[in-house]
Ligand binder design. Structure first.
Ligand SMILES: Nc1nc2c(ncn2[C@@H]2O[C@H](COP(=O)(O)OP(=O)(O)O[C@H]3O[C@H](CO)[C@@H](O)[C@H](O)[C@@H]3O)[C@@H](O)[C@H]2O)c(=O)[nH]1
Length: 178
C-alpha cells in the first residue's frame, strides 16, 4: 500500500485530494497544526476516520524531518499555506515566511532522508498577477501583485531550482479558482 502525506488536508483541495488518494488505496497521513481530530471538509466527504492525523509544525525542520522519517511516505502533497490574499496584505512577513520556509523544510528533509520521495507543490494562478496576454499558460510572464503571490512565486521557483539541481521528483500544479 502506498503512503502519502498531505499538508493542508483540512482545506477544500486537501480534502478532495485525500478522498482521491484513499480511493486509490493509499494510506493517507494528514499533517495538522492543532490537536483537533475532526475537520468539516473531511467530515463532509465522510473520510475523517480514514485519515491518520499527524501533528507537525512545518516551520520546524526537526519536526518535518521526524515526520518524514517516521512515515517514510512515497509521496508528499504540500497544500498547506497562508492562503488568503487579503490576509497577506495584513501579515506580509509571516505569509512569506510560512509559504516559503515550509517548502524549503519539506524539500531539504526529503533530500536528506530519501530523495526518491515525490513532492507535489500547490502553486497559484496568483503568480501571474498582472496578466497582459490571455490565455495564461506555463510560459506566461510571472508578475505577482500581492505579498501572497510573491511568496507563491518564491516557493514555486524553489521547487524548480531543486528539481533542476538535484535528482528529485518535484511537481508544481498551478491551481486556479474558478
Ligand atoms: N490591493 C488589494 N488587492 C487584493 C486584496 N485582496 C485581494 N486582492 C486582489 O484580488 C484578487 C483576488 O483575491 P482573492 O479573491 O482573495 O483570491 P482568491 O481567488 O480567493 O484566491 C484563491 O485561489 C487562489 C488560486 O487561484 C489560491 O492560490 C488562493 O490561496 C485562494 O485559495 C487578487 O489577485 C488580489 O491581487 C487586498 O486586500 N488588497
Amino acid at each position: 500500500m502506498k503512503k502519502a502525506i498531505v499538508t493542508g488536508i483540512s482545506g477544500q483541495d486537501g480534502a478532495y485530494l485525500a478522498k482521491l488518494l484513499l480511493s486509490n488505496n493509499y494510506k493517507v497521513f494528514g499533517i495538522v497544526r492543532t490537536n483537533l481530530k475532526s475537520f468539516s471538509n473531511l467530515e463532509y466527504l465522510k473520510i475523517n476516520n480514514e485519515i491518520e492525523f499527524v501533528y507537525c509544525d512545518l516551520l520546524n525542520i526537526s519536526e518535518v524531518e521526524k515526520t518524514i522519517n517516521d512515515i517514510n511516505p512515497d509521496e508528499i502533497y504540500n497544500l498547506a499555506a497562508q492562503s488568503s490574499v487579503f490576509q497577506s496584505y495584513l501579515q506580509p512577513i509571516t505569509t512569506f515566511e510560512f509559504n516559503t520556509i515550509s517548502v524549503f523544510n519539506l524539500i531539504e528533509s526529503i533530500k536528506k532522508i530519501n530523495p526518491k520521495i515525490k513532492l507535489y507543490q500547490a502553486s497559484s494562478s496568483e503568480m501571474f498577477g498582472r496578466v497582459k496576454n490571455l490565455p495564461i499558460n506555463e510560459e506566461s510572464v510571472i508578475h505577482p501583485v500581492s505579498p501572497y503571490a510573491i511568496s507563491k512565486v518564491a516557493a514555486h521557483y524553489t521547487c524548480v531550482n531543486y528539481r533542476e539541481s538535484y535528482d528529485m521528483f518535484i511537481s508544481c500544479g498551478i491551481l486556479f479558482k474558478k
